[in-house]
Write a protein that binds this ligand. Structure first.
Ligand SMILES: [Zn+2]
Length: 393
């Protein structure tokens, strides 16, 4: 039988692997990062594209982390007898003392529904999304995110909800048009369609946007068309908000949207903005679906029996640029390894991240202080030394 014999910090671990597969595919199946290990057969180092033979391979863990304990908290090593339920909700809890705990919840219809609603209402409440707000506007495109948003927002008491659809319908009798009207009607929400002409005027354009976007796809700026499309939609919403005395704009960005956006920020050095509520010019943008995944939203919509629009025609600019697709892929991978990482990442955006330095009075080392923390006299290490009585009086 083919197997990987791991040596890790003096311990031996054995994993059966499939003959005929590559070393890479088996490492990935086990959720072992490729560069964490060196694989050898009879002492000779093999690269990951070698095909596995019916024999035993020595795998040396080169990184210093405790891979065994980490894998115990990864989905690849889970085996449970009762797998009833539609959705396996995972949450990796990182305790204050640094231990990991993978919490599992096999969800059936009722629990999925309850989970999505509770998460939404908790986000609205805990993040004070609509505090002091009477009127909001949100973008209703008819897709999974905005349809869920319509359904959940209308359950918030005392909030006047305006749905706005920017008319970027693909054809004159695009069924989307009737569909969004239907959603707004079913949810008793005030609904407006912003015509292409209005947006064209807003940008002083001399021709139709329906003509410009496909034309741009044929130029060197083809990779900008999707961002332009999003910006036009956002400006349409802002324009409507301005005309109707609304300050709060709500968007249906879900966890993966947020994480992919943060990866983009980090890799390009764009400034981080606080989430899930941020001031942009004179508006406040709110993202009440920020902790939920697309999968959860999609399952939820199916459960409440709400139709949502599945477009069979995709605009060419929605598939480009590929790097944006890649950030989404990375974000979903990150959530596979660290389910619910969005709670940590979003929290981090709320801290002021400008680095300021001070010096520890004891060891004289420099220490980073965040602006929302009073300047400490001792660094974290010296604080512990002091607390345990190890510092000379
Ligand atoms: Zn110190």
């Amino acid at each position: 039988m083919a197997k990987f014999e791991f040596s890790c910090k003096g311990k031996k671990l054995t994993f059966p692997v499939g003959t005929g597969r590559t070393i890479a595919s088996e490492l990935l199946r086990l959720q072992v990062p490729i560069d964490t290990v060196i694989v050898r057969l009879n002492g000779a180092v093999l690269n990951e594209l070698n095909t596995i033979l019916d024999t035993s391979y020595d795998v040396t863990v080169v990184e210093g982390f405790d891979i065994e304990s980490i894998l115990n908290n990864q989905i690849s090593s889970l085996q449970i007898s009762d797998v009833s339920g539609k959705y396996l909700k995972r949450h990796l809890k990182i305790n204050e003392n640094g231990t990991l705990c993978l919490k599992l919840n096999l969800m059936s219809d009722d629990t999925i529904k309850n989970y999505v609603e509770t998460t939404f209402f908790d986000t609205v409440k805990n993040e004070k999304l609509f505090e002091g707000t009477k009127k909001i506007v949100f973008g209703l495109s008819g897709g999974v995110d905005s349809t869920t948003l319509a359904y959940l927002l209308k359950q918030i008491p005392g909030l006047e909800i305006h749905a706005v659809t920017y008319d970027d319908f693909k054809t004159e009798n695009d069924p989307m048009q009737e569909f969004v009207k239907e959603i707004a009607k079913n949810n008793c929400i005030i609904h407006s369609i912003i015509s292409e002409q209005e947006v064209r005027n807003l940008f002083n354009l001399n021709t139709s946007i329906k003509k410009i976007l496909p034309e741009l796809m044929e130029t060197k700026d083809y990779d900008k068309a999707m961002y332009i499309d999003h910006h036009l939609t956002r400006r349409a919403l802002e324009h409507y908000a301005e005309q109707n005395g609304i300050q709060t704009i709500v968007l249906g960005l879900h966890a993966t949207d947020i994480i992919a956006g943060l990866i983009n920020n980090y890799t390009y050095g764009y400034p981080l903005q606080s989430m899930p509520k941020r001031s942009v010019g004179k508006f406040t943008y709110s993202y009440p679906l920020c902790y939920l995944t697309k999968k959860e939203l999609k399952l939820y919509l199916e459960l409440i029996g709400s139709p949502h629009f599945k477009s069979n025609k995709v605009n060419p600019w929605e598939l480009n640029p590929l790097d944006r697709n890649f950030y989404y892929y990375l974000a979903d991978n990150l959530q596979t390894v660290w389910p619910d990482i969005q709670y940590w990442l979003i929290k981090a955006t709320q801290q002021t991240l400008h680095a300021e330095y001070a010096f520890c009075e004891n060891c004289k080392g420099s220490m980073q202080v965040t602006s929302n923390q009073d300047c400490p006299k001792l660094c974290d290490v010296c604080k512990i030394f002091k607390e345990h009585g190890y510092l000379k009086e």
